[in-house]
Design a protein around this ligand. Structure first.
Ligand SMILES: Cc1cc2nc3c(=O)[nH]c(=O)nc-3n(C[C@H](O)[C@H](O)[C@H](O)COP(=O)(O)OP(=O)(O)OC[C@H]3O[C@@H](n4cnc5c(N)ncnc54)[C@H](O)[C@@H]3O)c2cc1C
Length: 385
């Protein structure tokens, strides 16, 4: 695929590559053990503009296209997944509702704080009884005078514990639900009745936290409905538009992680000697490397194609976004498995990053819509009139 990048973008990519190699990778193990990204690293991420990659320049961001953002995510995903997770909610699911459907006033009020990384955003859709079946959310919002009152509980919310604001989806008309009865709100952490609940202990993604958010008669001003009064009841559509975009971005992380796993595997296969020769000499190992490279190549092509299509066409790339999420995330799981096999017992040990990648990439097939849900979306698009 013909890729033409601006000079600025080339410099940016080069800077990120060096940042990953010199600053992030050396502390990856420490972050894994402490389950925390050091504040000075977060500050460097702010200085590099990483929190505002996808936020338009007029609101303080870098205003990258989705394609350019994907290139950055590829690089950033060659190290511990928590670093990308730290910035992903500001660029993606936490801010895109405001970018796509927000009022001008909301954009001016919130986006500069998110672009600079001064504030962290999160996206609160999932609930204990509504995961894949997101339209079944129970969190309720009722209008009382000049404010809305929210009651309910969200769980598994990335960056929920550190977020200064959340895009929260709540039912405003139980009869209509996804068809005009769900509304998206901007809820600040200081609004009365907002609180962080349990922080989950997870299989991977250490350094990135996943939390419960509780709304107990939480008071949200009327003007914090995303898009204003005309958008009351339209929140489910906003959520779906945000997720379409996010699914392509996750594809980029899958491709970046897979590329790193391939590079680690090639290096290891060349230096690990068994039966008197490097294991790279064995055809069984070569075939795994060849399969990994081929699958990454295919995944990267659909990723770039869909990202550019979204840049050109706007929000109507639902089928392609789901295809990218499905294909790239299933691909990286297979690649991680082969990488671990090539590394043998060493791949299973914490001394090598393979086992961490193996655990971290597993999440990609679950969040922002499981593989099964992506297949349902693709099939629905194929079968509709
Ligand atoms: C680490 C982490 C971070 C997350 N971050 C966020 C976040 O920031 N914000 C947020 O809102 N959510 C977040 N989530 C939630 C995530 O999006 C959900 O976990 C996901 O959508 C699946 O929902 P569930 O876990 O309830 O699984 P379920 O919906 O209960 O699914 C269980 C299984 O059933 C399958 N299944 C369900 N329905 C169907 C069907 N109709 N046909 C076929 N198979 C089906 C699923 O594919 C899955 O295999 C996060 C989750 C995790 C684990």
């Amino acid at each position: 695929m013909d890729i033409e990048l601006s000079e600025d973008m080339k410099i940016m990519l080069d800077t990120i590559k060096r940042f990953v190699q010199r600053e992030l990778e050396p502390i990856s193990r420490q972050v894994e053990e402490e389950d925390k990204i050091p504040e000075e690293i977060v500050q460097k991420m702010r200085e590099l503009g990483l929190f505002g990659l996808a936020i338009p320049q007029e609101y303080g961001g870098l205003g990258l296209s989705l394609f350019e953002e994907c290139l950055i995510y590829e690089e950033l995903s060659k190290t511990n997944a928590c670093f990308r997770a730290r910035i992903a909610t500001n660029n993606g699911i936490g801010s895109q509702g405001i970018i796509i459907d927000g009022t001008e006033e909301q954009r001016r009020k919130y986006l500069p704080k998110l672009a600079s990384g001064e504030w962290t955003a999160c996206f609160a859709l999932t609930e204990p009884e509504a995961g894949s079946d997101a339209a079944n959310i129970k969190t309720r919002a009722e209008l009382q005078g000049d404010h809305w009152v929210l009651n309910g509980k969200k769980h598994f919310i990335t960056n929920g514990d550190i977020a200064d604001m959340a895009t929260v989806f709540a039912v405003t008309d139980p009869q209509k639900r996804a068809r005009g009865g769900i509304t998206a709100f901007i809820v600040e952490k200081n609004f009365p009745g907002y609180r962080v609940g349990t922080i989950e202990k997870k299989m991977g993604h250490r350094g990135s936290h996943t939390a419960e958010l509780i709304f107990d008669n939480c008071i949200v001003p009327k003007e914090n409905v995303i898009g204003g009064i005309r958008m009351v009841g339209q929140g489910f559509k906003t959520a779906m538009k945000v997720l379409d975009r996010g699914r392509i971005a996750i594809g980029a992380s899958a491709v970046g992680a897979a590329q790193k796993l391939l590079e680690l595997s090639v290096d290891y296969a060349k230096q690990r000697v068994q039966f008197g020769r490097p294991i790279a000499n064995f055809q069984a190992i070569q075939f795994m490397l060849a399969d990994m490279a081929t699958q990454i190549y295919a995944a990267r092509q659909i990723l770039y194609h869909a990202a550019r299509l979204r840049d050109k066409m706007g929000t109507s790339v639902t089928k392609e976004a789901s295809m990218v999420k499905l294909f790239c995330t299933e691909m990286v799981s297979r690649v991680a498995d082969m990488a671990l096999q090539i590394h043998g017992g060493m791949g299973y040990m914490k001394d090598y990053p393979i086992e961490r990648f193996y655990r971290d990439v597993r999440l990609m097939r679950i969040y922002e819509g499981t593989s099964e849900i992506q297949r349902l979306v693709i099939a629905r698009e194929l079968l509709k009139d």
